[in-house]
Design a binder for this molecule. Sequence first.
Ligand code: ADE
Length: 248
Amino acid sequence: MRLDVISIFPEYLAALDISLIGKARRDGLIDLVVHDLRDFTHDRHRTVDDTPYGGGAGMVMKPQPWAEALGYVDRLAPGPTRLIVPTPSGRPFTQTFARELVHEPHLVFACGRYEGIDERVYDYAATDLGWNVTPVSLGDYVLNGGEVAVLAMVEAIGRLIPGVVGNAESLVEESHEGGLLEYPVYTKPAHWEIDGVAREVPPILLSGNHSAIAKWRHQQRLERTAARRPDLLHTSQFMAADAIDITP
Ligand code: ADE
């Protein structure tokens, strides 16, 4: 999978050199290149922004550096391309969406700053380059720019690429896979004391009874989802099948 990230703060993306995503890049599973938008400016100050037409607060990113950067990336990696534009006004990023994006051969992430990118850039990408342009939001809050959102999206998408996460089973039972949150986990010691208070691991987990453990974990997922994210339960298939009581 080919990924390109365009940003005025390429050093923000240095985190993509480490941990599982960094290893996946070194192993050749992810071909990721970070570009500095200012390399596509032509003035002494490497200007990427200007005041908004129509007035209002803040600055808007100029179309020319963006068009040149996107055109450059298109020549580097021609072929079907999806442009992901992180913005609070985009489509919500979910696990389902990550699973959709992992099948794309080429993703380009355009990290906007200030009040956003001149809208004509998206029309250029769609019409002249033939790219599929998708604004995407990480959640209903405002970040200072797209970089943090790209770190989150690349990690969520990248770990779905076969071979990136060593134990493929750990992808199956985690939160949001199957529409439920993850069950609680424990490790040694079984009996743990702090400040004079003993805290035990639930005995069922020490029983060796694998079917009983699986049942307990499923029930924990249901209860946790009901307590923390009832919105997920109401839309999932689990309500009718498991008929748990989620009255507060
Ligand atoms: N850029 C600024 N805020 C954002 C958000 N909530 N999601 C994605 N990109 C953003």
